[in-house]
Design a protein around this ligand. Sequence first.
Ligand SMILES: [Zn+2]
Length: 206
Amino acid sequence: MTPQIHLHVLASGSKGNAAVVEGPEGSVLVDCGISRRALLQRAAELGVDMGRVRAVVLTHDHSDHVAGLSVFCNHFEGRLIATAGTVGARKYLTELPFELVGHSDAFGVAGMRVRTFPTYHDVPDPMGLRFETDDDALGYCTDTGHLGKEALEALRGVRILALESNHDERMLASGPYPAYLKARVGGACGHLSNAQAAQALAQLVG
Ligand SMILES: [Zn+2]
């Protein structure tokens, strides 16, 4: 594969998530869970040109993935892309001019083909993403309780794989967290444990 796609993770974790996927004809911002100011500052530190961003794609509507979007959109005229479930989950998202896609869909942006696949999380219609060109591919999957067949298919054979690894199962079970949080995080619609992520990596990367 010839490197044509690049990934910059600007923020990851419960305080905010945002990543820039650079393609041959522009970039895509995946999620916008930090303030515009923090986003621009981190992009500048990494030498990422935010002027190349052609679209924002949302994986799901949790606030650590969308909290910065309203302000970002005040200064952005590119495309906004998400599932109907994500857009419908928050009133302010319904007021933005989103292009709706399905969770098993395909579209083109910034010189890349994007394939979506369903993830399993406690929100309406979340999705993961595979970006590809003829010579390169990147998989991006966070915030899912488990990886379904479609996810494993879409994430296979990529040059760059961003896969969440959220918690140690034993530390979660014995940690000082309320029972509802343990059930949510460790459940089938929560987050991948380290062991689940490791197992998936062995399958995907070999
Ligand atoms: Zn989430």
